[in-house]
Write a protein that binds this ligand. Structure first.
Ligand code: IPE
Ligand code: IPE
Ligand code: MG
Length: 249
């Protein structure tokens, strides 16, 4: 009798399951360039980028990476041409509505971080619905940074803390990193271990400034719509070769 080995996941054999990052963050950059190189309008790149994100989320689940955060729209992205901004807002809403059922089936817990209150009301509704419906799902933690800015997040945390001090609920001496984190959008979400940025740009672009303090950074030239499982595999391999010292020796 042959005994079939138990396959826990499809993790490539050169990756160590026990040393996978607990949380991967990704700056999904290069959609516009991807489209331009094909003579297409920029929005086609955004459209294709959704498929890439969907596959990466599934890959995280298949390989055993428990949390993924994706940068979808920055506080600075409002400065783009109005038609591109409007396309993106509509795209987010459409995709959320379309994917909610599958996220439930796949046991995905979705959360949004950013200044959500100024997003189009119909998008806010989809966001609220998806967060509520998936809040008890335990398969994978998926966070989408939308109208997110790291500086803005820190400033609003300061405002909230200052208000507590003003109301006599908190002593300035008692403010520590833990209290500060409780006022960030990412409250309760572990810091990313690995940041991936596509399309070659060597900058954070205002993404998770506090949370990425000790993340390993991996930049690939590949444009976001072309990012795939093999690219993710390479990023994880690079991550596993890093020595994380956290300031020690
Ligand atoms: C990232 O791709 C997606 C968003 C910022 C919404 P870009 O749209 O920035 O693509 P490039 O960098 O112009 O190629
Ligand atoms: C960062 O990409 C924002 C997102 C991926 C959502 P950008 O394309 O906006 O960043 P810059 O302008 O190159 O810094
Ligand atoms: Mg860009």
């Amino acid at each position: 009798m042959t005994v079939k080995p138990i396959v826990l996941n499809d993790l490539p054999t050169d990756l160590d399951y026990l040393r996978l990052p607990n949380h991967v963050a990704v700056i999904m950059d290069g959609n516009g360039r991807w489209a331009k190189r094909r003579g297409l309008p920029r929005i086609m790149g955004h459209q294709r980028g959704v498929d890439t994100l969907k596959d990466l989320l599934r890959c995280c689940k298949d390989w055993g990476v428990p949390a993924l955060t994706a940068y979808a729209f920055s506080t600075e992205n409002w400065g783009r041409p109005l038609d591109e901004v409007e396309f993106l807002m509509t795209l987010f809403e459409r995709v959320l509505r379309r994917e909610l059922r599958e996220m439930m089936e796949e046991n995905v817990r979705i959360r949004f971080v950013g200044n959500l209150a100024v997003l189009p009301p119909s998008l806010q509704e989809e966001i609220a619905r998806s967060m509520q419906d998936t809040q008890n799902n335990t398969g994978i933690d998926f966070t989408v940074a939308t109208n997110y800015g790291g500086r803005q997040e820190i400033v609003q945390a300061c405002q909230a803390i200052a208000t507590q001090v003003q109301q006599g609920l908190l002593n300035p001496q008692d403010i520590d990193e833990s209290i500060f984190e409780d006022h960030l959008y990412t409250k309760g979400i572990a810091h990313p271990d690995l940041l991936i940025r596509t399309s070659g740009e060597m900058r954070l672009s205002n993404f998770l400034l506090w949370q990425l303090a000790y993340a390993e950074i991996y930049v690939t030239q590949t444009l976001w719509p072309d990012f795939n499982r093999e690219e993710f595999h390479q990023a994880l391999l690079a991550y596993q070769q890093r020595e994380r010292r956290f300031g020690k020796i």
